[in-house]
Design a protein around this ligand. Structure first.
Ligand SMILES: Nc1nc2c(ncn2[C@@H]2O[C@H](COP(=O)(O)OP(=O)(O)OP(=O)(O)O)[C@@H](O)[C@H]2O)c(=O)[nH]1
Ligand SMILES: [Mg+2]
Length: 230
């Protein structure tokens, strides 16, 4: 029988933290599967993930968004939870959020790391970049959220049928929020804890920050590629 919940985690060279990330998923979540979508990491990420019982999919095509899309399409659960493989997100909050979907009749939850942020957990440059990107996300799309860059989402898989995702890179994170909040689905943002990263970052602060900003303007202008293929 299919599990109720699928946890999708993209990974690239996360051998230092994937074990701890998987250990942080609470058993009380009940009936769930974990899907690691690994970008062919040369380190021990896949080996560690498999040893902890995760289902590992190798996605050699580059990009954070590409990995997420592959994992989401492969998910067997009706509910999808996401986070990074770097021990930054509070997996212990998943059970409460899964319950909230039913209790409050919600379809999509995105997590806001900034309201409760411990300043040591996020670099100053990332906080400034996030502020600018979230400002333009609100201004251009009227999406009233505080953290446009968070990678922790809990949502009904059916939402994927009502949104159009186009970007294979880091802009996937802002695009899924814009799409969900602009759709007919009920979307909300919830504040969560955020912890300092374990292991080396896979993003380039300036490169990805600029790409994410340009993406917002291109999306607003309707100048994007077609929907992501499977
Ligand atoms: N499969 C795959 N995973 C990726 C790729 N790029 C990043 N990731 C993973 O996606 C997650 C997000 O990347 P991070 O480097 O943590 O990016 P970030 O959270 O914006 O930056 P930090 O604040 O430094 O953690 C991590 O688990 C990465 O290992 C990729 O091209 N392919
Ligand atoms: Mg991260």
């Amino acid at each position: 029988m299919a599990p109720k919940v699928s946890i999708v985690i993209p990974t690239l060279n996360e051998e230092k933290s994937i074990g701890g990330t998987l250990d942080s998923i609470p058993e009380e979540l009940g009936d769930y599967e974990v899907i690691i979508v690994d970008g062919n990491s040369p380190d021990r990420t896949r080996e560690i993930a498999e040893s902890k019982g995760a289902r590992v999919i190798v996605e050699p095509r580059k990009g954070y968004g590409r990995a997420h899309w592959t994992g989401m399409l492969a998910a067997k659960g009706d509910i999808i939870c996401t986070m990074d493989g770097d021990m930054t997100y509070p997996a212990h909050r998943f059970p409460e959020m899964v319950e909230l979907l039913d209790e409050k009749d919600i379809d999509f939850i995105t997590c806001d790391r900034l309201t409760m942020l411990d300043k040591n957990a996020m670099r100053v440059l990332h906080r400034i970049g996030n502020f600018i990107l979230t400002f333009f996300t609100r201004l251009l799309f009227g999406v009233k959220i505080w953290d446009s860059q968070s990678g922790m989402w809990v949502f009904r898989k059916e939402v994927l049928e009502g949104i159009t995702m186009t970007d294979v890179g880091m802009p996937f994170s802002e695009e899924i929020k814009i799409e969900a909040f602009q759709s007919t689905y009920r979307a909300v943002e919830i504040p969560v804890e955020y912890y300092a990263r374990v292991g080396d970052p896979q993003i380039s602060t300036w490169g990805d920050g600029t790409k994410n900003l340009k993406f917002l303007f291109r999306k607003k202008a309707g100048k994007l590629g077609g929907p992501l293929p499977p």
